[in-house]
Design a protein around this ligand. Structure first.
Ligand SMILES: *[C@@H]1O[C@H](CO)[C@@H](O)[C@H](O)[C@H]1NC(C)=O
Ligand SMILES: *[C@@H]1O[C@H](CO)[C@@H](O)[C@H](O)[C@H]1NC(C)=O
Ligand SMILES: *[C@@H]1O[C@H](CO)[C@@H](O)[C@H](O)[C@H]1NC(C)=O
Ligand SMILES: *[C@@H]1O[C@H](CO)[C@@H](O)[C@H](O)[C@H]1NC(C)=O
Ligand SMILES: *[C@@H]1O[C@H](CO)[C@@H](O)[C@H](O)[C@H]1NC(C)=O
Length: 435
């Protein structure tokens, strides 16, 4: 009787939600800006962020090769040497532990006793890790997971590991436990309680990371996927370790196998299990995801300046884990060449500046065959090169982040301008106008 009543209430809740909001909303805190309080560009933070992004994708490709058999299908993609840590002089003497700040964070609870963590939500990776309460190097100052205090904790075989060029890692044992986000509960969710946190995370405003991309990028899974569909072709129950969204959906904790993001300084929200119509207007423009890459990647992209396409026909990966928009160096150069007065600012990190006093004479937008999705001048501007220089650093960076010759990565500077829907159910990414 009790079970039956619960079921009916759930059904009503989902039915009532049709047309209004369905799913579970999670309020997000916004990242540290790349502009300092005095209005100048935070070069140091940008370098650390670029380094972290390149390292993250290197690990993604290593995982992809293990899971799919090759490091993806993008032209020119290869697993390169580790990007070298930014040297001290370039970082103006600051330690790397002064992290990149590019985190949209929310609260995640793990275990029967709801151990709470501040977690970075990252659509550009697939695993969940938090610091371990037992013998963690570099975890000081962060919340840590104590498996002994959770009645539902189950140790697993194997080790989780992300490596960095300075020899540090984020690594540690693997567990299964209940993971709850705003009431959405995934039972027996696989994650790592890491016993080492790389220096690049030590000073961060978050304790751990929750990846929202597909399992093909996971370091926790040991499963052979079909290289065409990214669906597991060898179903091996013991190695099938779905990321949080898939676990929660399979257990009916969320109504749909999808999630949506509104990124904004105020009112940022992750919606698990659907879309929130209060946050967008008009139709959602969907684009098929090329699942073989493991990323939230869509094809046929163009970048527009003043309404005209400057570069066309590239792949785009939507990645909430970085503030920057990264593109291939030659294509980004072509883009800045179309803006009078723009200059190379930092070649190694692909940064350009452009005249930012007086009225803005250019308009930047991305397009995938449908509407042109503009980036506001405010989100494009990362701050003046020097106080009073009249030149500001642009949010588009032309640096090789290792994902291929024709791949762009759209981070927060783009995502703040749209409502983005990530649908595992339909293998698609959708954009809608923010309300
Ligand atoms: C997926 O992307 C790869 C590389 O960009 C391409 O070769 C392949 O045709 C794409 N598959 C689909 C179904 O679009
Ligand atoms: C975690 O946060 C929730 C919600 O704020 C709270 O109810 C719970 O007591 C917290 N857990 C611990 C162990 O403090
Ligand atoms: C770990 O591996 C051992 C030996 O292969 C196996 O017996 C055990 O069931 C595994 N444990 C888990 C939790 O998978
Ligand atoms: C979680 O794991 C435990 C122990 O293996 C098992 O008894 C239980 O059925 C699992 N629950 C779910 C929902 O998978
Ligand atoms: C399933 O995966 C486990 C753990 O990765 C491995 O030990 C086992 O050999 C696999 N079984 C099959 C049938 O592939």
């Amino acid at each position: 009787m009790f079970l039956k009543t619960t079921f009916v209430l759930l059904a009503v809740a989902f039915a009532a939600a049709e047309g209004t909001q369905s799913g579970v909303p999670i309020p997000l805190n916004s990242p540290v800006a790349l502009t300092k309080v005095d209005g100048t560009f935070d070069h140091h933070r940008a370098i650390v962020q670029t380094y972290n992004t390149r390292n993250k994708h290197r690990q993604n490709l290593v995982n992809l090769e293990r899971n799919v058999g090759r490091a993806g299908f993008n032209k020119g993609v290869e697993i390169k040497a580790y990007p070298s840590s930014p040297s001290l002089d370039k970082r103006q003497g600051l330690p790397l532990a002064d992290e990149d700040g590019s985190a949209w964070t929310g609260t995640v609870a793990i275990g029967s006793n709801a151990q709470n963590f501040t977690i970075k939500f990252d659509t550009g990776s697939s695993d969940l890790w938090v610091p371990n309460a037992h013998g963690c190097m570099g975890c000081g100052g962060h919340k840590s997971y104590d498996s002994r205090k959770s009645k539902t904790s189950q140790p697993q075989n194997g080790t989780f590991q992300i490596e960095y060029d300075d020899g540090s890692t984020v690594s540690g044992p693997i567990f299964k436990d209940t993971v709850t986000i705003s009431g959405a509960k995934a039972i027996n969710q696989t994650f790592s309680a890491s016993t080492e946190i790389s220096s690049s995370f030590r000073g961060g405003p978050f304790d751990g990371v929750l990846g929202l991309a597909s399992q093909a990028l996971s370091n926790l899974a040991e499963v052979r996927f079909s290289s065409h569909t990214a669906m597991p072709c060898v179903f091996n129950a013991s190695s099938w370790k779905p990321p949080f969204v898939q676990t929660a959906f399979a257990q009916q904790a969320i109504p749909k196998n999808e999630f949506s993001l509104k990124l904004a300084s105020h009112g940022a929200e992750l919606l698990l299990g659907g879309t929130n119509p209060k946050l967008f207007k008009g139709a959602i423009e969907f684009h098929p995801v090329n699942a073989s890459t493991g990323f939230w990647q869509i094809g046929g992209g163009s970048i527009l300046q003043g309404g005209k396409a400057v570069v066309s026909g590239f792949e785009s990966i939507v990645d909430s884990g970085t503030s920057f928009i990264f593109g291939p160096a030659d294509q980004v150069k072509e883009f800045y060449d179309s803006i009078p007065g723009s200059q190379l600012f930092d070649e190694e990190n692909g940064l350009y500046s452009y005249p930012c006093t007086g009225k803005t004479v250019f308009k930047v937008a991305f397009q995938w065959g449908g509407q042109a999705w503009a980036i506001s001048p405010k989100d494009f501007n990362l701050g003046e090169t020097l106080a009073g220089s009249g030149q500001c650093v642009g949010a588009i960076s032309g640096v090789d982040i290792g994902l291929g010759d024709n791949v762009w990565q759209l981070g927060g500077s783009f995502m703040k301008n749209v409502y983005t829907v990530f649908s595992f159910a339909n293998n698609a990414v959708g954009f809608a106008a923010l309300k």
